[in-house]
Design a protein around this ligand. Sequence first.
Ligand SMILES: NC(=O)c1ccc[n+]([C@@H]2O[C@H](COP(=O)([O-])OP(=O)(O)OC[C@H]3O[C@@H](n4cnc5c(N)ncnc54)[C@H](OP(=O)(O)O)[C@@H]3O)[C@@H](O)[C@H]2O)c1
Length: 258
Amino acid sequence: MTAVENGPRTRDSGKAAIVTGASRGIGYAVAEALVARGDRVCITGRTEETLKEAVERLGADRVIGVAGKAHDPAHQAAAVERTMEAFGRVDHLVNNAGTNPVFGPIADLDPAVARKVFETNVLSALAFAQLTWKAWQKEHGGAIVNIASVAGVSASPFIGAYGMSKAAMVNLTLQLAHEFSPGVRVNAVAPAVVKTKFAQALYEGREAEAAAAYPMGRLGVPEDVAGAAEFLLSDRSAWITGQTLVVDGGIFLNAGVG
Ligand SMILES: NC(=O)c1ccc[n+]([C@@H]2O[C@H](COP(=O)([O-])OP(=O)(O)OC[C@H]3O[C@@H](n4cnc5c(N)ncnc54)[C@H](OP(=O)(O)O)[C@@H]3O)[C@@H](O)[C@H]2O)c1
C-alpha cells in the first residue's frame, strides 16, 4: 500500500533524500517508497510541469521538486541547496537520472555521443555525490544508491555507450563506498528490463515474448527496483556497502552453458 493510499501520513523518519530523475518510472517509485517510510524527498527532472505533477501526487507536504538537467552543475548545486533549505539535511542520495540516446554497433559509436552519455549517467552521479557529501553526509553520515543496469555488468549489444557508462557507475559505487566509509554506505542496483517509458522500445508490442526469457516470467516494474533501493537506504542493510545488487527477474540464470 502506498503512503498516499494510506491516508494522512503519520510516519516521520526525520531523514531527507534527493532522487534524481524522479517525475516518473523508477525514480518516482523510489521517491514513493521513501515518502511511505516517512522521509522528506527532493525529486528532479528536466520538465517543470511533470515534475510539479509528481510532487503533488507524492505530497507537497513532504516533497519538493527542482527542475534541471542532471549534468548541469548549476542545477546540481541548486538541487542540493534547495534540499538543505527545505529539510535542513540530505541523508540519502539516489542517482537515478540516466540516458541512452544511441542504438547501434559500437564500431560506429560517435565519441561525442559517448561523452554526452558519460556526462549524464556517470559524471552527474559523481557530482551529486560530491555535493551531498560536502553539504551533509561527511559530517552526519547517510547512504547513496546508484541506479546502474545489467548492461553495465555484461555485454550489451547495440547499446555500448550506455553499457560502458553503467559499468563506470558500478566502479564509481566502489570508489565512493571506499572513500566515504564508515559514515556513508554506497551501493548500486542493476536492473534488467523494467516497464517504463525509457525501456518501452524493448518490449512494446512483444511483451509476452520478452517476458518469456525471464525465469520469473515477467518484466520488471518500477516497484521491483524501488524495493531494492529502499532496502539499501535503510538500516536493514547497515553492513552492506560497495555492492551492486542485480534486480533482473532471474535473467542472468540463462547465462550458463548446458
Ligand atoms: N527501465 C529499464 O529497463 C531500466 C533498466 C536498467 C536501468 N535503468 C535506469 O533507470 C534509470 C531510470 O530509468 P526509467 O526507466 O525510470 O526512465 P523513465 O521512466 O524514462 O524516467 C526517467 C526520469 O528521469 C528524468 N530524466 C531523464 N533524463 C534526465 C536528465 N538528463 N536530467 C534529469 N532528469 C532526467 C525524466 O524526466 P524528464 O524527461 O522530464 O527529464 C524522468 O523523470 C536510468 O538511469 C536508467 O538507465 C532503467
